[in-house]
Design a protein around this ligand. Structure first.
Ligand SMILES: N[C@@H](CCC(=O)N[C@@H](CS)C(=O)NCC(=O)O)C(=O)O
Length: 209
C-alpha cells in the first residue's frame, strides 16, 4: 500500500491508523501547492481531485476521501472500529461529521486573509469541538477503544491549536492522551512534526514545590 500525504494534513490520520493496524505501507509526500510528489510526479495525474490523502492498494486500486480511507483501514483491523453493526454505523456517522462539519469549518483558516471570515471560522470550529466533547466521557470517542475517528480528531485538534481556537481542558486532556500513543509519536516523527513535551528544569525545582 502507498499513502500519498502532506505533513500534518488530514492524511496524518491515515498514517496513524496504518501504524495502529500494524500494516506496512509506503508514504509519498505531496506538495499540495504545486501538486507534485516527492519523486517528481504530477499528483493530479495520480489523483485528479488533487487532494491528499490517497491510498493506493497493492493491486493498484486507489481509495480517495479521508473517511473512506479510514473506514477501509478499520475494515482491515476491526480493533480500530467500535464493535457490532451499529458500532460500525456509529463510526461512519462520526467520520462523516468530522469531515463535513469539522474539517470543512477550517477552510477559511487555510485559505482566507479576511479577518472577519477567519474569526467566524474560529468560532465555528470551537462550537463544533464543543459539540463532540460529550462523546469523550471515557478515554476516546468510542469509550476505551482508540478508533480511526480518534486519529482524525487528533489531526483537527492539532490544527485548532495552530490557529488559536479555544480548546476546553477535557478536550486538551484528550489530545494529550492521543499524542502519547506510540503510533502517534511515530507518525509525527516520520512527518517531521514530533515536539517532545518540555522537560522540567531541575534548577528551578524549588519553585515547583
Ligand atoms: N474531500 C477530501 C478533502 C481532503 C483535503 O481537504 N485535503 C487537503 C489537506 S488536509 C488538501 O489536499 N488540500 C489541497 C488543496 O486544497 O488543494 C477528503 O476528505 O479526503
Amino acid at each position: 500500500m502507498k499513502l500519498y500525504y502532506a505533513p500534518g494534513a488530514c492524511s496524518l490520520s491515515g498514517r496513524i491508523s496504518l501504524h495502529e493496524a500494524g500494516l506496512a505501507a509506503e508514504f509519498e509526500r505531496v506538495d499540495i501547492k504545486t501538486k507534485t510528489t516527492e519523486h517528481g510526479y504530477d499528483y493530479v495525474a495520480i489523483n485528479p481531485r488533487g487532494y491528499v490523502p490517497l491510498l493506493v492498494l497493492d493491486d493498484g486500486n486507489a481509495v480517495s476521501e479521508n473517511t473512506a480511507i479510514l473506514e477501509f483501514i478499520a475494515g482491515l483491523d476491526a480493533n480500530l472500529a467500535p464493535g457490532g453493526l451499529l458500532g460500525r454505523t456509529r463510526l461512519i456517522e462520526m467520520l462523516s461529521w468530522l469531515s463535513t462539519e469539522l474539517h470543512v469549518a477550517f477552510k477559511p483558516l487555510w485559505h482566507s486573509e479576511d479577518e472577519a471570515e477567519r474569526a467566524a471560522a474560529i468560532e465555528a470550529v470551537a462550537q463544533r469541538l464543543a459539540l463532540i466533547e460529550e462523546h469523550i466521557n471515557e478515554l476516546y470517542l468510542f469509550g476505551p477503544r482508540f478508533t480511526v475517528a480518534d486519529a482524525y480528531l487528533f489531526v483537527m485538534l492539532r490544527w485548532a491549536q495552530a490557529f488559536d481556537v479555544p480548546i476546553s481542558a477535557p478536550m486538551l486532556g484528550y489530545f494529550e492522551r492521543v499524542a502519547e500513543r506510540p503510533t502517534v509519536r511515530r507518525a509525527l516523527t516520520e512527518e517531521g512534526l514530533f515536539v517532545p513535551l518540555p522537560s522540567i528544569d531541575v534548577s528551578s525545582i524549588e519553585a515547583l514545590i
